[in-house]
Design a protein around this ligand. Sequence first.
Ligand SMILES: [Zn+2]
Length: 406
Amino acid sequence: MNKIKIYIVLISLFFFYNLYDQVEIGVHCYLDPNESLNNPSPLQKSMIIANYNLTFVLCVEQGQPTNFSEQYIDEIGFIADYFDDVSYGDITIDNVEVLVDAVNLDGSVEAFELSNTLVAHPSFGVDYVVNDNMVREVLDSVDQRYDLSNFDYNDDGTVDMLVFMVARMEVGKWGTGTPGLPTSMIYTTNDTTSSGANILIDGSGYGSRGADHALIQRKRASSADHIISITVHELGHAWFNFPDVDHSGTNQYDHWSFGCFDEMTNGSGFRSRPSLYNPIFRIESDWLTPIEITDTETIVLEDIDSTSQIYYYDIPDRPGTSVGGQRIYLTCYSNTNRWQEYWPIPASGSNQLGLMVWRENRNLNILNTWNYSDYQYSPVDIESADQRQLLFPVNDNYFSRFNFVA
Ligand SMILES: [Zn+2]
């Protein structure tokens, strides 16, 4: 097994600022800036161990090609592996379905086509992702074509998490997404439960982390990875109460804390392959249990994905000279799963091995802290990525907000 042996010298951690390069900005996701942050805590949402279902409604903007290959549709199913990997098996996706307008003899499909075009750069509001009238028209077609009781897996009268996905649109329009459906729409289908009640599509909680039954999103998705990346981001809000970590409810993207190493930023992963949720949020979800480093010692770090191993060290407070309450986490990566295939992990021959240092401000409740506008005091960020590589040209201030260890 690949391992990194490191000697921890507790008194000699030096931090300084450096540059790191990321891919282009992914998706403009933000929640209602006035959202109450009194949502149920993650543990109350019984997020530790859970089973879920996902039903995608695949659409394109008016005038875009509607045909998608069978392979493209099949690969959306990898989203189940994402949740299995990120939770070490605690989150199970039992069913992933993709609803379409037609299935062709060769296995390819035709997506639903919106009756109009999208707002190019929408501000937060009813047209933020897709106008509500266009959503209703598509749901009418879905209702005609499908028996939606098949997607109410627990027969409680509501379609399990429905994902309204616009996968093709004109170049230059923002990709956007948010939990819920426009105006928190409740759509009544003509299908019924076993007891005769009409099955609902429940889009309530639009633009907040309280939406538990529907998402809406749009992104020019040339591969299934694009769909998975935006979906796991929005589900991070809806299912696990995760906040956005790179902005604070406005349209200002002026900083990066995790960049493409985490899917709750708007980085959308390396080469659009979604990264797993950052390990600090995974600890909050009880999927990971960190081990404390308390003294100068030698530790052997092993791949986090195959061992779930993660260490932490609380930096002693120095009143008057530091902000205090700072915890760092150490993780090792050897690229053992699909979600790190394009990470810049250092390689020697076929061996890949990299160390990451993550930081958390323990003075803050990281799940309810949205202020990332001062990057030197952000709730969470990356301090170091071992042997960083330059993948993309430095052309944007967003990419200059990382701290790195020598
Ligand atoms: Zn978001």
